[in-house]
Design a protein around this ligand. Structure first.
Ligand SMILES: [Zn+2]
Length: 448
């Protein structure tokens, strides 16, 4: 039986959004996602089936064994060898295959059916790259919901960063999200966002020719399990590997159910507590946070430069994530400026950013919890404060000056783009060090 801690079910909440043709397969999708939850559980405890992990690390360093995607490492009579997922999970995978075949036989021929067929093969022959590629390229026109049960992230392998973790979800589009004007306007926005980013990567060139190489979804999770369920990312862009993005394109997902939860559970309350004059409704907050996520993911998927991660070393993730935030918002503002009533939208965006930063600090400021996102949020709010964009007034409440904040975001974007293109690890480290003070969030949140 599935551990309910690792599986999410929102069917009751979003039932009326399920397309007719998908309805009859819901029990099969649910079973599949539960099965992945079990696989993921077992996987985490079995990445390294060795008595001495330090010894294994040394063996990898010495080149005696090379960790591989979709395999676990086992030690047998003193020697290390790789065991394919499909061999290790043989019984589990057989059951998954049966359920996939049940769905597949009802599908009309087309890209979605081909994707499900590729999944069936992958669970037999361990080649998960093929369905992964097909999944990235699937659009809403191919099938009305999105479904994934694949290893996609190196997230859970803390030692070698090479073994991918399973992700699993069945999602429906959040209605009307992307059509705040009309869909054409949205494509125009994307194209203009792509055009305003520095034209230095081949990914970027590819996407300017074909904006539809970027698949963008703002979704509600019906069922979910695996790594993104555990980590509760609000947004994601896949694949992570630069070569894959160049060849396949990129798929971006904003998990609106989580953003809605964030807005209605506590974030709005936090807003009234920390800001002097907080006026955002919970819907406005949810929309602004979703927009921030969306532009983050778009920017992140486009701005991958040759050699960036090797050059920036340990600071790479911090620079990449903060650049996605700052350059994403900067470009989005250029788009917002063309709309009527852009002032309100910009105010909401600036407020939502600071609120997200404070909420993040509140939840994850213990030294062992500090992620790349943490350092980015800290650098941004300290920079805003330095420029006078956020200030304390009476009662330790904060006031924001939207104009100064947006100008600061644009300046930060310039700094980060430059780091990403030609900066060194030391320069990046110095930048984050300079803006790492915790005084502001501590005072705003009343944490000693
Ligand atoms: Zn990111």
């Amino acid at each position: 039986m599935t551990n309910s801690l690792n599986y999410g079910d929102n069917l009751d909440k979003y039932k009326n959004l399920i397309p007719k043709e998908v309805e009859k397969h819901l029990p099969l999708y649910k079973a599949l996602i539960c099965q992945i939850s079990d696989v993921q559980d077992k996987l985490e405890k079995n990445f390294y089936r060795v008595p001495d992990l330090e010894k294994l690390k040394q063996a990898v360093l010495d080149g005696k064994i090379k960790p591989a995607k979709y395999s676990i490492i086992e030690e047998v009579s003193g020697g290390y060898h790789l065991v394919k997922f499909s061999d290790f999970f043989e019984t589990e995978f057989e059951k998954i295959i049966v359920n996939l075949q049940r769905i597949e036989k009802d599908l009309v021929p087309g890209k979605y059916a081909e994707y499900i067929q590729a999944l069936i093969s992958a669970f037999k022959n361990n080649n998960f790259i093929d369905p992964y590629k097909k999944w990235v390229q699937l659009t809403t026109l191919d099938y009305p919901v999105d479904f994934i049960i694949l290893p996609t992230e190196p997230d859970l392998d803390k030692v070698f960063d090479s073994i991918l973790s399973f992700d699993a979800s069945l999602r429906v589009h959040a209605p009307n999200f992307l059509s705040y004007k009309v869909e054409e306007d949205y494509i125009k926005y994307l194209t203009s966002a792509v055009k305003t980013l520095p034209r230095l990567s081949e990914i970027h060139y590819g996407f300017s020719e074909d904006a539809l190489k970027l698949q963008i979804r703002v979704d509600y999770n019906i069922y979910s399990a695996g790594v993104h369920f555990k980590r509760r990312f609000y947004g994601q862009n896949l694949p992570n590997e630069r070569e894959f993005v160049i060849n396949w394109g990129s798929k971006i997902i904003v998990y609106k159910n989580l953003v809605d939860e964030f807005s209605s559970n506590g974030a709005s309350e936090l807003g009234s507590k920390v800001f002097d004059n907080y006026t955002l409704t919970s819907e406005e907050l949810s929309r602004a946070v979703s927009e921030k996520l969306l532009v983050h993911e778009v920017t992140e998927s486009l701005m991958k430069f040759e050699g960036d991660s090797a050059r920036l070393g340990k600071s790479y993730f911090k620079v990449r994530e903060m650049n996605a935030e700052m350059s994403g918002i900067k470009n989005y503002i250029l788009f917002l400026l063309k709309l009527e009533d852009s002032a309100r939208g910009m105010h909401n965006l600036a407020t939502a950013y600071i609120l997200s930063a404070l909420d993040y600090y509140r939840r994850k400021h213990a030294p062992e919890d500090r992620s790349a996102h943490y350092h980015g949020y800290m650098a941004a709010i300290n920079y805003f404060a330095e420029k006078g964009g956020i200030k304390f007034v009476e009662g330790n409440k904060l006031t924001c000056d939207t104009k100064i904040i947006l100008k600061s975001i644009s300046e930060l974007s310039d700094i980060l783009v430059s780091l990403l293109i030609k900066g060194t690890q030391q320069e990046a480290q110095d930048f984050f060090e300079k803006y790492s003070s915790e005084d502001l969030p501590k005072r705003a949140l009343n944490i000693k």
